[in-house]
Design a protein around this ligand. Sequence first.
Ligand SMILES: [Zn+2]
Length: 277
Amino acid sequence: MPLSTPVWWHETGPSTSVALMLALAIATAAWRRRSLRGDGAVAAAIVGTIALRAGWAWGSVLIVWFVWATIGSRLGRERKQARTAGMLDKGAQRDARQVVANGGIYALAAASSLLWGDPASEAALWGAAALTAAGADTMATEIGTWIGGTPRSVRTGRPVPTGTSGAVSLAGCVAMLGSALVLTAVAVAFGLVPTQQWWIVAVSAVSGAVADTIAGELVQQRRWCPSCDTATEQHRHACGTVTQHRGGVRWVGNDAVNLICTGSAALLAWLLARPLG
Ligand SMILES: [Zn+2]
């Protein structure tokens, strides 16, 4: 498709007002369907407007990504909620910090392409790598908590409760790899990423998702509810008790780990795109 894609597809996008209206319409729909919290919808509308202004390719890839992530969070929703009850810091509704942790670098790449042009598709490469990494990581978590068996800690290899950060399951790993390939194919199909450079996006995205898992295990803070005698990400547990710090770095939560995921993917793609020597 990229070979036959007309030039205007790469180089033009909607006007600012059309971009804003389209982004607002999608963000509002997601907010009404409870995929996004109010502040998350505002952040998503900003990211969407920037992407659409950068061009139809940037905007379309973001919209497909958003649909993909939304499908992932809806699959087996009740079962996932039951399996991770009292574990997770945040629910299924994404807030502004989550939107920025997942889509912020993509918006930055789109803005840089918009302001300075992107003749060598460099910004497109690192932006697409960051977004693909976020999508692969999201899908790994969603599918893993839905149909994955008991996950194992990557550090100790021991089984841990479903929903534990830095834990992996076979289903989650397959979903991560599959999602990275699908989203890379989407970026190529819409002409954002040149066909021969697809591997840069795929390799960087998978690396970012792996970095996310390792950071989730090693540096993300772990908390403990003394009343229920159980691990949790929540500062105040579902039971009402204030939880205790049990390990990891205090200020590193899920959003910081997601930023490590997208940031490392973008950095690797940027490095791989440099000509050697
Ligand atoms: Zn408790």
